[in-house]
Design a protein around this ligand. Structure first.
Ligand code: CIR
Length: 263
């Protein structure tokens, strides 16, 4: 199965209530600036050939622009609908499930477990799931049951620093990841991944869209490093989303073309 740019992606608008989003540092955030950064993100996805569907902002859900946490896309036909670890984020799920259900089969997380999509990193036929402050063993086991039915295997790993697993490691190319030193480097290498280590926290979350890889402007060293590796990089300013502990992958849910998988 080939790694390719997503065929389609779902993004979600930034509400004015984003000013009250969950965040580790009590820094002020500017919803209007975040909105324009998400608009540019959608534009870059479209420029990479991705069909983008924008779901409306939900004022009742300050973190709803971080749509990745509400589902895990398993293949071109199937999505696993999550139960986010943060109580305030659970109402985000139903409207996203409604939109996904128009084009995908849905499997819901049954039981008491919790899982955020930001904790799930796909590496070939393996879903590496971070056990974090948001994702627990029961959530990972529920995903494992759904994943097995489409030929994927779940492997869990503890998340040390970072809100989510993908805060500290993301895919660059088939078999190759970019990772912060706080990522589970041994586990990644045991799974056969080539690891490009970077020391910029904002550099560890990149979004591979086929050959083109989006990198935050807050990580110029990572950009230079990937360019030296021959990667075609597009830099994008998502600093207003970083203030809410978000990054590039968390701003979309990406659906691969049939027979392919995507970051
Ligand atoms: C949260 O704390 O849930 C949001 N403020 C940030 C979520 C970022 N999601 C992600 O990286 N997948």
């Amino acid at each position: 199965m080939d790694l390719a740019a997503p065929a389609r992606a779902f993004v979600r608008g930034v509400p004015a209530s984003y000013a009250r989003c969950l965040r580790r540092e009590p820094v002020p955030v500017d919803p209007a600036r975040a909105r324009s950064q998400v608009g540019e993100y959608a534009r870059l996805l479209r420029a990479a050939g991705v069909a983008v569907e924008e779901l409306p902002a939900d004022e009742a859900c300050p973190d709803s622009c971080f749509i990745e946490d509400t589902a895990v896309i398993l293949d071109a036909k199937t999505a696993f609908v999550t139960r986010p670890g943060a109580l305030s984020r659970r109402p985000e799920v139903a409207p996203v499930a409604l939109a996904l259900g128009r084009v995908l089969w849905l499997v819901a997380l049954e039981g008491e477990g919790t899982l955020d999509g930001g904790d799930v990193l796909r590496l070939g036929d393996t879903l590496l799931v971070g056990l974090s402050e948001r994702t627990d063993e029961a959530g990972a086991a529920a995903l494992g049951g759904a994943a097995r039915r489409v030929g994927l295997e779940v492997v869990t790993v503890p998340v040390g620093e970072g809100l989510h697993l993908k805060s500290v490691v993301t895919l660059v190319a088939p078999g190759c990841v970019v990772a912060h030193e706080s990522a589970p480097l041994d586990a990644l290498r045991r799974l056969g991944a080539r690891v490009i280590e970077v020391d910029e926290p904002a550099g560890a979350n990149v979004l591979a869209l086929g050959r083109v890889v989006l990198v935050s402007t807050a990580a110029p060293g990572t950009r230079a490093r990937l360019e030296r590796e021959g990667v075609e990089v597009r830099a994008i300013d998502v600093t207003e989303l970083h203030k809410g502990d978000g990054a590039l992958t968390c701003l979309s849910l990406r659906v691969p073309a049939p027979g392919c998988w995507c970051a």
